[in-house]
Write a protein that binds this ligand. Structure first.
Ligand SMILES: Nc1ncnc2c1ncn2[C@@H]1O[C@H](COP(=O)(O)OP(=O)(O)OP(=O)(O)O)[C@@H](O)[C@H]1O
Length: 292
């Protein structure tokens, strides 16, 4: 993995201007490295979503960014200060450079428009020079990438299962080959088996295409499994940031310890899937150390 940052969050603070004011994100500094899966962990209300929406300027009043900036560095070396973009530039860069999949995104598909037409929309807006044939080919290819048959392009959302619709949303988020994908609880609404399949798909695609992911969930065991690094948030601040395996085996902050302890599957006697996966990771780390 290339360790250069693709997105740098610097001194970022967001308030909700209600009475009393909520300081939802407080002076956060965070670097997302090219190609990594960065997990954002922390209990409900700690500010994960506000930070994620804030960094791409998707917040609406009463939210206000009170300090800081989010700088995106493209593959070509261009620097984009997200806070300085006007509305048209923001629209152009979202999806192109940074795309998003949110919890329940599958319900944002328009029920009366076929998957093909919704998909094509992304390309007609952002790739106006593509021919219809090219668009169709690309839409089919993207669907297959996320494990949905090409023939589903002619389906309407209600004809697909929730898992399939969420896969369609992930395919759409990948359509313009963004360098960063922000995923806020993208699989929470799905049953555990489908959730696992989709997560496996996301990490496989990340390996193949090299985009970086900010993955948000309150499900710490899941985060430990799929993340390279994890940032733990509490009361709007990042209290600990480290490699997933290290955070699991040697948490530094008391709150991280408490958070780990609150998941019986991580601490209980019964072996769990996550613990197995983490043990493999730790063994891999040991192997690297032995080689070094
Ligand atoms: N529109 C709003 N107006 C006022 N306060 C808000 C608003 N949206 C969020 N907040 C507050 O901001 C803080 C951070 O919320 P946020 O949704 O970012 O947390 P979160 O960690 O993503 O939680 P969850 O996991 O439940 O989504 C919370 O105290 C929340 O109550």
């Amino acid at each position: 993995m290339n360790h250069s940052p693709v997105l740098s969050i610097e001194g970022f603070s967001v308030d909700y201007l209600v009475d009393p004011v909520v300081h939802a994100v407080r002076d956060v500094n965070l670097e997302l490295r090219r190609g990594e899966v960065l997990g954002l962990a922390g209990e409900s209300g700690c500010g994960k979503s506000t930070l994620a929406y804030g960094m791409i300027r998707l917040l609406k009043p009463p939210a206000m960014i009170t300090s800081g900036r989010a700088v995106f560095r493209s593959r070509e070396g261009a620097e984009i200060d997200w806070n300085r973009l006007d509305a048209a530039e923001l629209r152009a860069h979202r999806w192109e450079k940074i795309s998003m999949v949110f919890q329940g995104a599958m319900n944002s598909l328009n029920p009366v428009i076929s998957i093909r037409d919704q998909f094509e929309d992304v390309f007609t807006t952002h790739r106006p020079r593509m021919s219809r044939k090219q668009r169709l080919e690309r839409c089919g290819e993207l669907l297959e990438r996320v494990g949905v048959e090409r023939r589903r392009l002619s389906s309407y959302p209600h004809e697909l299962s929730g898992g399939m619709r969420q896969r369609v949303m992930i395919a759409m988020a990948m359509a313009l080959e963004p360098e960063v994908m922000i995923m806020d609880e993208p699989t929470t609404a799905l049953d555990v088996v489908v959730q696992r399949e989709i997560l496996r798909e996301i990490t496989r695609l990340r390996d193949e295409l090299g985009f970086a992911v900010v993955f948000i969930t309150h499900d710490l065991p899941l985060l430990l499994e799929i993340s390279d690094r994890i940032a733990v948030m509490r009361h709007g601040e990042i209290v600990e940031l480290g490699a997933a395996a290290e955070l699991y085996s040697a948490p530094k902050h008391d709150y991280t310890r408490q958070l780990l302890a609150s998941f019986p599957s991580l601490t209980g006697d019964r072996g769990s899937f996550v613990r197995g996966a983490m043990d493999d990771r730790l063994l891999a780390l040991d192997a690297v150390e032995v080689q070094a």
